[in-house]
Design a protein around this ligand. Structure first.
Ligand SMILES: Cc1ncc(COP(=O)(O)O)c(C=O)c1O
Length: 377
């Protein structure tokens, strides 16, 4: 068997950044301020400049970013949040955790992002926010979503866990709506070496609320003026993101180029459909995901050749036992279909052209063989 290809090549990334990462970690060990040390503010400054958002609040994870944002909006039991079911469970989970109800809107079958044209019909007097997800690294149709939100006086939270670095009509993901939430989970486009996340906003009052909620609702030391959480991002993790940020622009360019190359090489691969990327935005390919009808057989054939794949996500959230009561199984049919056919291929900034070529050729053969086996004689 050929050398296995990593699904996400964090080792090669580390090899390129070993020096700056070691220096950054040493600096934290020397000053010893492990919680809310100077790297926290430094990172917030760097990321707010990068996105163009006036405020950045680092938090313990992408999940915590969603929770704190919803708490800052004062989401209450019985409130509704319009969102997509085709996402990682955390999106809906944080709404449910606060006693509110996710109201699911189906996806566009070609991008897998929330279908903005279906949102308005789901708005009720109890709707308190709209929460699109910028899936796979491509921003949802934020202008259309913001226009609906404005008509109903609703805030919009972009779940940008997968799309940090992506642009939409020339503007950066995370700075496209009332609040933007991202994740620094190690495999994300900008990752740390543990858990981390950030909230972005241009609203000073919301930024202040997020800052207080992240430290148990304190407006000053031991002055708990609201209910909060323990939601800080460690100084060490902020230091690691600062070191990784030195290479981030290059990595984003690589991801875009490798995504475009996958797209070009897959154009003539029969039985594989590519994700649509809209003309007015780009994709940072947190996952390079394709549609394949004969998925299980193809995955097995690729695994046998040292090529890992993944499914993001096999079932929409409303088909998960914990969330099944939220709507009928057929409330979002496109998301169910997508769950049956999406398959993600190896992707990271350090993927080589040779590795990509191997993936394509193995996929071409695997799909042809799997289609022969599964088609009636
Ligand atoms: C769309 C989406 N939302 C939220 C999260 C949660 O982020 P984290 O793992 O940093 O808590 C993820 C992470 O996988 C995600 O992909």
């Amino acid at each position: 068997m050929n050398e296995p290809i990593p699904f996400i090549d964090l080792k090669r990334q580390y090899a390129a950044l070993r020096g700056p990462i070691a220096e950054r970690i040493q600096r934290v060990l020397d000053h010893g301020q492990y919680i809310m040390g100077p790297e926290v503010k430094e990172l917030e400054g760097v990321l707010s400049a990068y996105t163009g958002a006036a405020h950045c609040i680092t938090v313990a994870s992408g999940t915590e970013a969603l929770l704190i944002s919803l708490m800052a909006l004062d989401l209450k039991p019985g409130d509704e949040v319009v969102t997509t079911p085709f996402t990682f469970a955390a999106t809906a989970e944080m709404i449910v955790l606060l006693g509110a109800k996710p109201v699911f809107v189906d996806i566009e079958p070609d991008t897998c992002n929330i279908d903005a044209a279906l949102i308005e019909a789901k708005i009720t007097p109890r709707t308190r926010a709209i929460m699109p997800v910028s899936l796979y690294g491509q921003v949802a149709d934020m202008d259309a979503i913001n226009a609906i939100a404005e008509r109903y006086g609703l805030p919009v939270i972009e779940d940008a866990a997968q799309s940090f670095g992506a642009t939409y009509k020339g503007r950066k993901s995370c700075n496209l709506s009332t609040l933007g939430c991202t994740s620094f989970f190690p495999s994300k486009p900008l990752g740390c070496y543990g858990d981390g996340g950030a909230i972005f906003t241009n609203d000073a009052a919301l930024a202040q609320a997020c800052r207080e909620i992240r430290v148990h609702g304190q407006s000053a030391r031991y002055s708990h003026t609201r209910v909060g959480v323990g939601g800080r991002m460690d100084t060490l993790q902020c230091a690691i993101v600062l070191a990784k940020f030195e290479r981030f622009e290059w990595e984003v360019e690589q991801r875009r180029a490798l995504g475009a190359r996958y797209h070009a090489l897959l154009a003539d691969v029969h039985g594989v459909r590519r994700l649509a990327v809209r003309d007015d935005r780009d994709c940072v390919w947190a996952q390079y995901t394709v549609f394949v009808e004969v998925r299980a057989r193809v995955q097995a054939a690729l695994t046998a050749q040292g090529i890992p794949t993944a499914v993001h996500y096999p079932k929409p959230v409303h088909h998960q036992p914990a969330y099944a009561a939220l709507c009928s199984p057929d409330c979002c049919p496109q998301s169910v279909v997508a769950g049956q056919i999406v398959m993600s291929l190896p992707m990271s900034a350090d993927l080589t052209h040779d590795q990509q070529h191997r993936v394509i050729e193995a996929l071409r053969t695997a799909v042809a063989e799997a289609s022969l086996i599964s088609s009636p004689t």
